[in-house]
Design a protein around this ligand. Structure first.
Ligand SMILES: Nc1nc2c(ncn2[C@@H]2O[C@H](COP(=O)(O)OP(=O)(O)OP(=O)(O)O)[C@@H](O)[C@H]2O)c(=O)[nH]1
Length: 295
C-alpha cells in the first residue's frame, strides 16, 4: 500500500499515482499542462493543454481556495509564486465537497495536489453542530437552558416592540418539591423533573420554547399567544401533570404557573418580575393552579 510522506517535496513526487490524490500541473498562466487520473475524474472538463484554471472556474465548482486563516486565495497569486511555500489550505463549502490542497512551485510550473477531506470535514461540522446544540440545552431534561430562553425572550421582546406581535411568558414550578425529595429521595425528584419536562414539551405547541429555568422551575415562551389562550394551555398542562401516576407515590405531583403577556410599557425585567409575582400568587392561593393577568 502506498505510504504518504509528510514532507511536501516527497509528497509531490509520490502523489501522481496514489489513490485519492489529484495532481494538476499549471504553467505561469494557470494553464493545465498535466493532470493525473484522479484529477481527470474530479474535474473532467479540465483538459490538459487546453484548459486554464481561473477564479471563475472555482466559483462555478462552488469551491473557494482559502488559506489556513480562512482568507480566500486568488489563483493568480498562486501561479505567480506570490504565496509562501509550501502552502496548505482547504477548498469547499459547507455541505459540499472539501478538498485539502497543497501547492508547490517547480521553476515556472505550479503543482497543485488535492485530496478529498469531505468525510473529515463533515464529521467536524457534525461535532460542531452537536456542541452548539448542547450549549443551549439543559443536560438532564433536554429542554432549552435558561441562558438560551432569556436570549429568545430578548429577541421576542424586540420583535413585539417593533411589530406588536403578542407573546406570553409562563413560569411553571413544581409544588412542594422539597417534600418529594425529602420523602422519596433526590433521585426520584430528578426523575419527576425529567418526566415533567416531557409532559411540558408534549402538551404545549411546537413553536413554544420550553426551558428549565432553575431546579424545579420551568419557563415557557409562547409566541403569538395572548393571555387567555396561554392560561388555557397552562391549565391543560396542569391537569395532565396532576393525572400522572407515580410508582411508590400515591399523592399526585402538581404544578403552579404564573403567566404574563407582553405589554408595550414593560421591560423584560418587569415582565419576568410580574410572571414571578403571579407564580407566588398561585402558590399562596393553594398551588395546583395558574395565575395570569387578565388586564
Ligand atoms: N431532585 C432535585 N431536586 C432539586 C433540583 N433542583 C432543586 N431541587 C430541590 O427542589 C426543592 C425546592 O424547594 P422549595 O424552593 O422550598 O420549593 P417547594 O418545596 O417546591 O415549595 P413550593 O414551590 O412553595 O411549592 C429544594 O429542596 C431543592 O433542593 C434538582 O435538579 N433535582
Amino acid at each position: 500500500m502506498a505510504q504518504l510522506s509528510n514532507h511536501p517535496d516527497d509528497a509531490m513526487m509520490s502523489t501522481t499515482d496514489v489513490a485519492g490524490l489529484a495532481r494538476l500541473t499549471l504553467d505561469g498562466q494557470a494553464r493545465i499542462t498535466e493532470a493525473n487520473t484522479q484529477a481527470k475524474i474530479w474535474f473532467p472538463e479540465l483538459v490538459p493543454g487546453q484548459s486554464q484554471l481561473c477564479d471563475a472556474w472555482l466559483v462555478g465548482q462552488d469551491l473557494q481556495i482559502i488559506d489556513r486563516n480562512y482568507r480566500p486565495i486568488h489563483l493568480p497569486s498562486l501561479v505567480q509564486g506570490e504565496l509562501a511555500e509550501p502552502y496548505l489550505g482547504l477548498a469547499g463549502a459547507r455541505d459540499t465537497q472539501w478538498v485539502q490542497w497543497h501547492h508547490h512551485r517547480q521553476g515556472r510550473k505550479t503543482i497543485l495536489t488535492l485530496v478529498d477531506v469531505s468525510p473529515l470535514m463533515n464529521e467536524l461540522f457534525t461535532m460542531q453542530d452537536s456542541f452548539e446544540e448542547a450549549s443551549i440545552r439543559d443536560y438532564a431534561t433536554g429542554l432549552y437552558n435558561r441562558r438560551y430562553a432569556m436570549e429568545r425572550l430578548e429577541q421576542m421582546y424586540l420583535h413585539a416592540k417593533r411589530y406588536h406581535n403578542p407573546f406570553t411568558i409562563a413560569l411553571v414550578d413544581v409544588d412542594h418539591f422539597k417534600r418529594i425529595n425529602d420523602t422519596f429521595g433526590y433521585a426520584f425528584g430528578d426523575n419527576v423533573i425529567e418526566q415533567l419536562a416531557g409532559v411540558l414539551v408534549r402538551s404545549l405547541r411546537e413553536t413554544d420554547i420550553c426551558a428549565r429555568y432553575a431546579g424545579e422551575e420551568f419557563m415557557v415562551l409562547m409566541p403569538e399567544t395572548e393571555t387567555q389562550e396561554a392560561i388555557l394551555s397552562l391549565d391543560r398542562l396542569r391537569q395532565q401533570v396532576s393525572e400522572l401516576k407515580w410508582t411508590n407515590m400515591q399523592r399526585p405531583v402538581t404544578v403552579s404557573s404564573g403567566v404574563i403577556s407582553w405589554q408595550p410599557n414593560k421591560s423584560v425585567e418587569q415582565l419576568m418580575f410580574l410572571a414571578d409575582q403571579r407564580l407566588s400568587t398561585a402558590k399562596k392561593a393553594g398551588r395546583n393552579q395558574v395565575c395570569g393577568d387578565l388586564v
